[in-house]
Design a protein around this ligand. Structure first.
Ligand code: PLP
Length: 399
């Protein structure tokens, strides 16, 4: 994997990562790691995955020159959008769920469980499970079930059962806890399909590898279009899978700068945000040692973002490493700025982006953050159909 910085055999990226799970999960996690190592080297598995990525999911996705955005930013900037919004189910998530569900089938599992926040990962898991004929159970916080009704409907139509989680803040982190509990109980025939580069080893590595298809395509596409590598890559960072999928292919290219955009919410000073690198500290959370938003006693803080996909208190351990060594710069963009990016892209490029991706667009639109004549690629992680109600609600409140 070109430019990848690990992890080591214990799942550590420098001092971050690892595998912090209860005794009962140790065996299934090791089993999964072994099965993945094997599948990774197996040409037949890779060929099958590539087949479904192309013939079912619609890869490769286009790399679109963004004329309106380039003009707006000015100073000779040339900005391209990697169009994961055009992938089947509307976001990059399917790259990962196709890989993990194929692996589950290879391991002889009949049933998959997954967590979901906004519902994008739940929909992508239910889609892959339907394709391969596996039983699918999705855990979703009761609060998110209420906020994301259309995605709940999609999952049920795809044949998944959606379990509402009533514990804790009734959102994503509680859904992950429940999905892990289910996995422990039914581990013989069940696989746990995790949605981002989070959790215990091997998930951060495996999800990165499955998402790295984004960066591999971008390298080829930008060399075709511009005959050179980009100066900068920009992507939003929730758990960190779409960004690492773009970045990993270029980590060894010193001339390629990288920016990860976290959710600044209502501002870091307000405490209502999900900017882990601006306001967090290292700690163990949901199976991995990484940068986490926590108080002085190690209690996990509540987060806020206009985009549910960025609204999570921890970030993938590889990002913590890339931050520590200074290879990737992490910034935050707030709710209002992200909304401005959303509307700009809709009106000037004819693309309605996900609110998550809008954070990356908005950072590029800040005055003179780019050097003159930069060649920039923004990962458009998903489409904004799921966000129309939220955007309308915001517009109503502002009026
Ligand atoms: C889930 C999601 C994200 C955030 O997750 P990452 O793992 O950080 O990529 C970003 N954008 C979209 C459209 C999503 O669905």
């Amino acid at each position: 994997m070109s430019g990848s910085v690990g992890p080591n055999e214990k799942g550590y990226f420098g001092e971050f990562g690892g595998c912090f799970v209860p005794e009962t999960l140790m065996t299934p996690v090791l089993e999964l790691a072994a099965a993945y190592e094997e599948a990774r080297e197996d040409e037949e598995f890779q060929r099958e995955l590539t087949y479904y990525l192309m013939e079912f999911a619609g890869r490769p996705t286009p790399l679109t020159f963004a004329r309106g955005l380039s003009e707006e930013v000015g100073r000779g900037a040339r900005i391209y959008l990697k169009r994961e919004d055009l992938l089947h189910t509307g976001a990059h998530k399917l790259n990962n769920t196709l890989g993990q569900v194929l692996l589950a089938r290879r391991m002889g599992k009949r049933r998959v469980v997954a967590e979901t926040g906004a519902g994008q990962h739940g929909v992508a898991t239910a889609t892959a499970a339907a394709l391969f004929g596996l039983e699918c159970v999705i855990y979703m916080g009761a609060e998110d079930v209420r906020r994301q009704a259309p995605n709940v409907q999609r999952m049920r139509i795809l044949g998944a059962s959606v379990h509402e989680v009533e514990t804790g803040s009734r959102t994503l982190k509680d859904a992950i806890n429940e999905a892990m509990r289910d996995w422990v109980t039914h581990v013989g025939h069940t696989a746990f399909i995790l949605g981002s580069v989070l959790g215990p080893h091997p998930y951060p590595m495996m999800v990165r590898d499955f998402q790295a298809t984004i960066g591999r395509e971008v390298r080829e596409q930008i060399l075709d279009a511009e005959d050179r590598l980009p100066d900068r890559l920009v992507a939003c960072v929730g758990g960190g899978s779409n960004s690492i999928g773009l970045f990993s292919e270029f980590l060894a290219d010193d001339g390629v700068a990288m920016v990860g955009v976290e959710a600044g919410g209502e501002g870091v000073a307000s405490g209502r945000h999900a900017a882990r690198f601006a306001g967090g500290a290292p700690g163990v959370f949901q199976g991995t040692l990484t940068q986490v938003l926590q108080d002085a006693h190690g209690n996990i803080l509540t987060t806020h973002s206009i985009s549910a996909g960025l609204d999570y208190p921890a970030v993938g351990p590889e990002h913590s490493r890339l931050h520590q060594i200074g290879r990737v710069r992490y910034v935050d963009v707030g709710d209002e700025e992200a909304l401005a990016g959303f509307h700009f892209l809709a009106r000037r490029e004819g693309i309605i982006p996900a609110l998550e991706s809008s954070h990356a667009v908005a950072w590029v639109m800040r005055t003179e953050v780019l050097e003159p004549h930069e060649l920039v690629i923004i990962n458009l992680s998903g489409r904004g159909d799921k966000d129309l109600d939220e955007v309308a609600r915001q517009a109503g409140m502002g009026a």
